[in-house]
Design a protein around this ligand. Structure first.
Ligand SMILES: NC(=O)c1ccc[n+]([C@@H]2O[C@H](COP(=O)([O-])OP(=O)(O)OC[C@H]3O[C@@H](n4cnc5c(N)ncnc54)[C@H](O)[C@@H]3O)[C@@H](O)[C@H]2O)c1
Length: 379
């Protein structure tokens, strides 16, 4: 059994999902490699120490430079806020470490390109954590599309709706609310939520050619947790865009943190010549499928309960009919990454793949500013 020693940076929400994936991996996936939780790193020492105890990390660091310099670390996982992804990834690549980085890849495309260049120069294994690709129902959607069951695709429609920033009294910045601070987050819903919708869309339906967008910041000023002063809000609270894919299909994407009643409603629907597919995060184990080839009197939307052992990943878990959840997508992502090292078929999205998503995000923000259609740069 080979081993990979893991050093994980950032013990918040994503630190937990990634650590949980390492804990579950060997129990459910038969691999020739095991991962070892060697070190946890967080700038908050007390939090890091408690996290190390909860998840079984062997050691604690508070300075990520020290973690990267350690000879006993093979894989750096970046689960810290967006503004430090680039410097960590570039330094880790130069030190020859493998890297799994949370999304969005970077603050913008320019920074993302520097990361890609560093990674490719170092030749280290890399993955960006667009985990929705590994929801079994979405992986099944990819299989159905690749088999040609939808035929020519006409429409792609995606939404990611939340409602947690409506109060104008919510401050911005600091440990809990860095997502509202543009200097740390890079953007608002575009990099946070639309990036997921874009990654899934690029994976299922190919590259996007052009976009035109609108965005809004509904609350213009919020108290800063860092300075105590009222400061301008620099993030987009809501963003919607139209897109033309290179395959000729038309798309609409919408994301907001102001859709009262919705906590994390990620949905998409794809309409093709022979059929349609729809998925909903709140019902994540189901894939809705309409097949126009069915005899007329039987035609209708099927709700496929994606729990059979021949469904993607499901043979690894329980018995048919019993479903899995959100956290399993991170286990699948890690399993694919580790398996890719052994069979030399790197799991995606790689940093290079995620750069395309970053370019679409940049184009969306640029278009929201100018009102013009913006072409996505080729890679
Ligand atoms: N894949 C997904 O679905 C998904 C979901 C949520 C967040 N994310 C991404 O994951 C990343 C982290 O988000 P989160 O929700 O876990 O954030 P979080 O605020 O819950 O956790 C971030 C952690 O990073 C630590 N940190 C901050 N600066 C640091 C530094 N300089 N050195 C070491 N540690 C530092 C903080 O103390 C905190 O513990 C972001 O890039 C975010 O976009 C992805």
């Amino acid at each position: 059994m080979k081993t990979i020693n893991v050093g994980l940076i950032g013990c918040g929400f994503m630190g937990r999902t990634h650590s949980n994936a390492h804990r579950r991996l060997g129990n459910f996936f038969k691999l020739d490699t095991q991962t070892v939780l060697k070190a946890i790193c967080d700038s908050n020492e007390a939090k890091a120490k408690e996290f190390a105890q909860t998840w079984g990390y062997e050691s604690v660091e508070t300075d990520w430079h020290k973690l990267i310099a350690r000879k006993d670390i093979d894989l750096i996982e970046i689960t810290a806020p967006n503004n430090i992804h680039a410097e960590i990834a570039i330094e880790a690549a130069r030190a020859g470490k493998m890297i799994i980085c949370e999304k969005p890849l970077a603050m913008n495309g320019e920074q993302g390109l520097q990361m890609v260049e560093a990674i490719e120069k170092a030749g280290v294994a890399n993955l960006v954590s667009f985990n929705y690709r590994r929801m079994p129902a979405i992986t099944l959607a990819k299989k159905l599309i690749d088999e040609g069951r939808l035929g020519r695709i006409f429409h792609y429609r995606a939404k990611f709706l939340q409602d947690w920033t409506i109060s104008k009294d919510l401050p911005q910045g600091g440990d809990a609310l860095w997502r509202l601070d543009v200097k740390v987050a890079g953007s608002g819903v575009t990099g946070d939520l639309l990036a997921h919708c874009i990654d899934t869309a690029l994976w299922l339906n190919g590259s996007i050619d052009t976009v035109t967008a609108m965005s809004e910041t509904f609350v213009k000023e919020r108290k800063s947790n860092l300075t105590g002063q009222m400061e301008k809000v620099g993030i987009d609270d809501a963003c919607a865009f139209l897109a033309r894919f290179k395959n000729g299909s038309l798309a609409t994407f919408e994301s907001t943190r102001y859709a009262r009643g919705h906590k994390a409603l990620y949905t998409f629907e794809i309409n093709g010549e022979h059929g349609s597919i729809a998925w909903d995060l709140h019902d994540l184990h189901r894939l809705q499928f309409f097949d126009h080839h069915d005899p007329g009197i039987l035609r209708g939307w099927r709700s496929i309960h994606v729990t059979d052992s021949d469904h993607p990943y499901m043979g690894k878990w329980w018995v048919p009919g019993l479903q899995i959840g959100y956290e399993h997508s991170f286990v699948h992502q890690l399993a694919d990454f580790v398996e890719g090292l052994s069979n030399h078929k790197p799991a995606g999205p790689t940093f290079r793949d995620a750069l395309e998503t970053q370019y679409v995000c940049d184009a969306v923000l640029k278009s929201a500013h100018s009102g013009a259609w913006v072409k996505i740069p080729g890679q």
